[in-house]
Write a protein that binds this ligand. Structure first.
Ligand code: 6CS
Length: 356
């Protein structure tokens, strides 16, 4: 499914959709925080960084369905798939301005603003078990209290953090050791620390929106990228790559976010309903990503028209990457963090406690 190859069409669709949304925002809408009386209806916009069928989009649809049912039809959430409202970074701005009330957001697109949020860029920080990672993301005080406060300084409230699965590398040449990354043109998201993590392996990282990635891989503008398996398969990146290294070097973390001022102004019962639904969705999204990641691994392996060699790393090979990745944590503490690495320290303690 390579919808983003049709760039001209996408650009036009983006402009049209942005104008429609902005027009809607200009009206006297019942976006949410009126008095909350009987009969009050709520129409919210929920934007995602993925398209129909992919985990974030399906998450938002399920969230919308549950809120509508619980509120007996009072809450109507319109879900926007990626592309309709601009780039991932445009979407961050739309949430901050209140043009949309809710967004699934990846910390990889907020790193220039919320420095601490770059903690998710650190390789080999979370445990190998995706299930334990999800448990940590759900329960962590470092993330759900301390990091949340950092985001709220920018009008973004992360109500939850969840994994879309372990990330793997796809590439046009075989990647088995940090040496294979020498001068390798790697596509990444925007956060400076993601770039730093790849520079630590010797690679030459380039930030880019995923809407341009298929074409960039196809043309060799970049030689590789990282993502969970479901995303690699659904976006067809494997069609234009020769290898997929099962590196499990990091988990893809997404956040369910709301505009802080809008959320604070919601009637109490609506806020509670949003919070409860967000918590319920943690289990739902774990199952969803797990199912999709397993399904697409089989599809990629069985796609004989577009063969991809799946490279399994030995523990020794993974260790070589870990050795290069560890100094990036000091870089985070000393050069990135505004609180001397306190959030990372606390998170590491929580990870240790969860994996003991
Ligand atoms: O690689 C990316 O940028 C995209 N990957 C995922 C799994 N979700 C959305 C994001 O923009």
């Amino acid at each position: 499914m390579d919808i983003f190859n049709r760039k001209g069409f996408l650009g036009l669709a983006m402009l049209l959709a942005i104008s429609l949304v902005l027009a809607a925002c200009g009206g006297n809408d019942d976006g949410g925080n009126a008095d909350g009386g009987e009969g009050q209806t709520y129409n919210w916009k929920f934007v995602t960084e993925e398209v129909e069928g992919q985990v974030q989009y399906e998450y938002a649809e399920e969230f919308a369905k549950r809120m509508n049912e619980k509120s007996d039809g009072q809450v109507n959430i319109e879900v926007y798939e990626f592309g309709g409202l601009g780039s991932e970074v445009d979407q961050v701005e739309q949430l901050q301005s209140g043009a949309v009330e809710m967004a699934v957001m990846s910390p990889g697109f907020t790193g220039n603003m919320v420095k601490e949020g770059q903690v998710f860029a650190l390789h080999f920080l979370f445990p190998d078990s995706v299930e334990t990672t999800q448990q940590i993301l759900t329960e962590s005080e470092a993330l759900n209290t301390d990091l949340r406060e950092k985001y709220e300084e920018h009008s973004i409230s992360p109500l939850s953090y969840w994994t879309e699965g372990a990330m793997q590398w796809t590439s046009s040449k075989k990647i088995e050791s940090p040496e294979d990354f020498q001068n390798f043109k790697m596509r990444t998201q925007e956060s400076p620390l993601i770039l730093e993590s790849y520079k630590a392996y010797g690679a030459d990282p380039t930030p880019m929106s995923w809407s341009e990635l298929y074409t960039a891989l196809d043309r060799g503008t970049v030689q590789g990228q990282e993502n969970p398996i479901f995303f690699i398969g659904d976006a067809s990146f494997h069609e234009v790559q020769d290898y997929m290294t099962i590196s499990n070097h990091n988990n893809y973390v997404a956040m369910t976010t709301v505009n802080t001022e809008w959320y604070d102004g919601l009637p109490e019962e609506m806020q509670t309903m949003v919070d409860e639904t967000t918590q319920e969705m943690q289990e739902w999204v774990f199952e969803e990503q797990d199912e999709q990641n397993q399904k697409f691994l089989e599809e990629i392996k069985n796609d004989s028209e577009n063969p991809t060699e799946v490279v399994e790393l030995t523990e020794e090979q993974r260790q070589a990457f870990k050795d290069k990745a560890m100094p990036v944590r000091d870089f985070y503490r000393e050069e990135v963090s505004t609180v001397d690495g306190e959030i990372l320290d606390k998170l590491q303690e929580e990870i240790e406690a969860a994996t003991e």
